[in-house]
Ligand binder design. Structure first.
Ligand code: PLP
Length: 431
């Protein structure tokens, strides 16, 4: 454990002096951890989820700062050490033969990554491109659909700002009409959520934008049921799965949405600047590529990958992130993240003054939760947790939600969550 918690500066110092010496030391540590994890793969999620010995071993693969407890893994999740190490090797390899690599090898490697991702995410390679992030993926669709003045789009007050901004731009530029519905923080049923969307549909509705896993509260929405309802009205669905891939165990095809995007630097733990745009085969020709393309047919998904020169080594490393994740398995990963959320929320959910803004039911939950303290503004709560207790979270203060977002990761220990609960209780008492 000590070894895995070396500070970033120490690691960076070691890297800059002798990358190979540091890498090989770490590789042998990792090989031991990997064989331990692989020997446990047959165990069921119910069995493994509370096995702290197992999760301590997983934590060894993550090198995190010892300066604070990081409960803000939502912006992006650090890559595990084996992924970073592989990326470093890709950087060296590509850098040694830069243009030659780009002209001769990059597409073979990038296509291999696309195929592995398509299999993991559950779609065809003819329906997805690797891009830089969810914003790029979904804004391509929002800005690229043919929508006429008066056409309507439905979205929700919990949706991410970048997608709302793209719709707002279309309202200003093309005079489309955006209808923003309110999502209940504690829905009673899937039907309540589906009905809230259905009520907003009119004969002019063309598209519904839905968040799969709401970033500010951790609420999981019944995407498939929303898609079924929308399709029965001839309405298309854009799904924002920024936080869902690598966090929830699902396949894109099971959602049956028309357009979908994710960021791989969140829960897949791939290097920063990697994401997926998925477009259902029969919908590809309906969307204009953001940056323009005349090299591929209108119904060829590759028209969307006309991005110019990209940091290809990050994209190649997605393969290493998928391999690392596979040593744990997505079912166990989802179960553990949910367990961590239930572990700490259970301890404070009945405490007067502490307000949980996240559903309790497992099917509506993830590893993310949002909590408020009645006497403190979100910003003050987040600042005091950091200043007084060295616990890093993020304040969420908008018209829909007031609280802090708490996002543990696989490396988070129960002891760290206990420290967080103690701090929360003290701040609640003191006000
Ligand atoms: C729900 C949701 N959608 C989209 C995004 C945008 O992701 P990115 O910045 O990787 O494009 C985020 C980022 O946190 C998010 O939480």
């Amino acid at each position: 454990m000590e070894n895995s918690r070396r500070s970033f500066l120490q690691q960076f110092g070691a890297l800059s002096v002798s990358p190979l010496a540091f890498s090989s030391l770490s590789t042998s540590d990792w090989n031991q951890t990997r064989s331990f994890l692989e020997n446990q793969k047959h165990r069921s999620d119910r069995d493994i989820v509370r096995d702290e010995t197992y999760w301590k071993e997983v934590a060894k693969a993550y090198h995190v700062s010892e300066d604070f407890i990081n409960l803000e893994n939502g912006f992006y999740s650090l890559a595990a050490w084996p992924v970073l190490e592989a990326q470093w090797q890709h950087i060296q390899r590509v850098n040694e033969m830069p243009s030659y690599y780009m002209r001769n090898y990059q597409w073979d490697e990038r296509n291999e990554v696309t195929a592995a991702l398509a299999e993991f995410a559950g779609c065809s390679v003819e329906e997805m491109v690797v891009c830089r992030n969810t914003t790029e993926a979904l804004d391509t669709v929002i800005l690229g659909l043919d929508l006429d003045p008066g056409d309507e789009a439905i979205m929700c007050n919990h949706d991410y700002g970048s997608m709302r901004a793209a719709f707002n731009q279309r309202a200003r530029r093309d005079k489309i009409v955006n209808k923003v519905i309110s999502l209940p923080l504690h829905p009673k049923s899937d039907e309540e959520i589906v009905a809230a969307h259905e009520k907003a549909i009119t004969p002019r509705t063309k598209v519904i934008h839905v968040s799969h896993l709401v970033n500010i509260t951790g609420q999981v929405l019944p995407v498939r049921k929303i898609c079924d309802m929308a399709h029965s009205h001839g309405v298309e669905v854009i799904c924002d799965s920024a936080h869902a891939l690598g966090h929830l165990d699902f396949k894109i095809r099971d959602l049956d949405c028309d357009y979908w995007g994710t960021s791989l630097h969140k829960w897949i733990g791939a290097p920063l600047g990697s994401g997926i745009l998925f477009v259902k085969k029969e919908k590809i020709s309906k969307v204009w590529p953001l940056l323009g393309d005349d090299g591929f047919a209108d119904d060829d998904i590759r028209k969307f990958r006309h991005f110019g020169t990209l940091p290809v080594t990050g994209h190649v490393s997605i393969m290493d992130a998928l391999k690392f994740q596979d040593t744990i398995g997505i079912t166990n990963k989802q179960a553990r993240l949910l367990y961590l959320k239930q572990y700490w929320t259970e301890k404070v959910k009945e405490t007067p003054g502490i307000i949980i803004n996240t559903p309790w039911e497992e099917e509506r939950s993830s590893g993310i939760a949002n909590v408020g303290v009645a006497n403190l503004k979100p910003r003050e709560l987040a600042d005091r947790l950091m200043d007084e207790y060295k616990i890093f979270t993020v304040a969420i203060d908008n018209e829909a939600v007031k609280g802090i977002r708490v996002t543990p990761h696989l490396y988070t220990s129960l002891d760290e969550l206990d420290q967080f609960v103690e701090a929360l209780n003290k701040l609640n008492d003191k006000g």
